[in-house]
Design a protein around this ligand. Sequence first.
Ligand code: GLN
Length: 445
Amino acid sequence: MIRETKKVLEECKKIQEEYFYFTAICEEEALLQAETANDPLRGLFVSVKDCLCVKGVESAAGSRILKGYQPLFDATVIKRLKDAGAIIIGKTAQDEFGFGSFNTNVGLNVPIPKNPLDRERVTGGSSGGGAGLTRKASFNHVAITESTGGSIESPAAFCGVIGFCPTYGRVSRYGLISYADSLDKIGIMSKKVSEIKPVLEMISGYDQKDATSLRAEVDFTAKTGKFKIGIIKESLTKGVGAEIRKKVQWCINKLKDNGHTVEEVSLPITFAYGIPAYYIISTSEASSNLARFCGLRYGNKTFNVYFAEIRSQHFNEESKRRIILGTFARMAGYRDAYYIKATKVRTKIIQEYKQLFQKYDVLISPTMPVVAPKFSEVKKMTPLENYLMDILTVGPNLAGIPHASIPIGKVNNLPVGLMANTDHLQEGKLLEFLQIIEDLGDDSP
Ligand code: GLN
């Protein structure tokens, strides 16, 4: 494996020169692992989003405030992958702490990754590095990434790869630098559907180190055959590009030709309240999580001054915005009006999805309302316009259901993603459906 690993590392360095997908390439560790690599994931090279702890390798969630932090342990996911013989090649770029949809809210002095199909465009975020690398890598590779509200799906759609996010609690979060604990999920990006299952089987399953980890059986086989599919009506209206809608329609027609049933369904609460509920819950939890980053653990009288100074110097603008928003939303006196209310909305959203899953195997929509925008276009957007880009992805993330983005062709040479959602713990069914979509091929007009 050593020779092959060296070749892979060379390719990574080359890609890095032009695209900035890595925050670190871990050469030494990869070569060491290559010597011992054994079954069943032998020969698989894995990149890891920067927010996941890898022993001895800088793990900073893309932020300057954590620069230099080298964990003394592996996240559970990493440990399981290493034990199965996978080789960790590096840490990938992200929006600072996962705060963004384009991977442009990077930490101070951190380079911005570029879209693999057009370097003037964004990769999508927050897991942009993992998605871009998945697209570019010519070797046997998957990316381990994370989604809170769409960070796996958005970059997967913009870079033309598959982004798979399992049920909340399916994969242990131990060793993940948290964004928002009640929403964070670890998932996989790949070029082919068939590459997901063996990795998902390896990283899923109960872990006593994560209190929200599920004790569900790890079995991803499913034999649905003909699918009952719901196309989410609200996702095909205003705000979603006409060309993107056309692609989705092409997909629907093909599915019908192949004997699957497709009907229009509606998620009124999710589309009316998903974005505000998501941003209240996620910023509240984030502001609490970020409070621990102060440059020093225990201090003397000048602690407050020091604390404020370190934080003002090292957090980027978006992190500061979210700390303020989140701290406000969970302040005594406002807690019931905002955070608690938002969690009640989330319950309603879960119920809304659950109801539809009584009748449908899978719900589909476009993944993103636009194709990968240019850096210059993102620059002009207000924070609110940024947040609204998540309109299609916050629903399944709030509901904690498995979901994935899969390429369905291109518009002006830029990839378009279809998002598919299944009920809790139905990852097997989701994989089965993704295979159907992959098999449709790409002869869309
Ligand atoms: N774009 C969303 C946000 O900024 C989602 C990010 C994520 O899933 N980490 O919060």
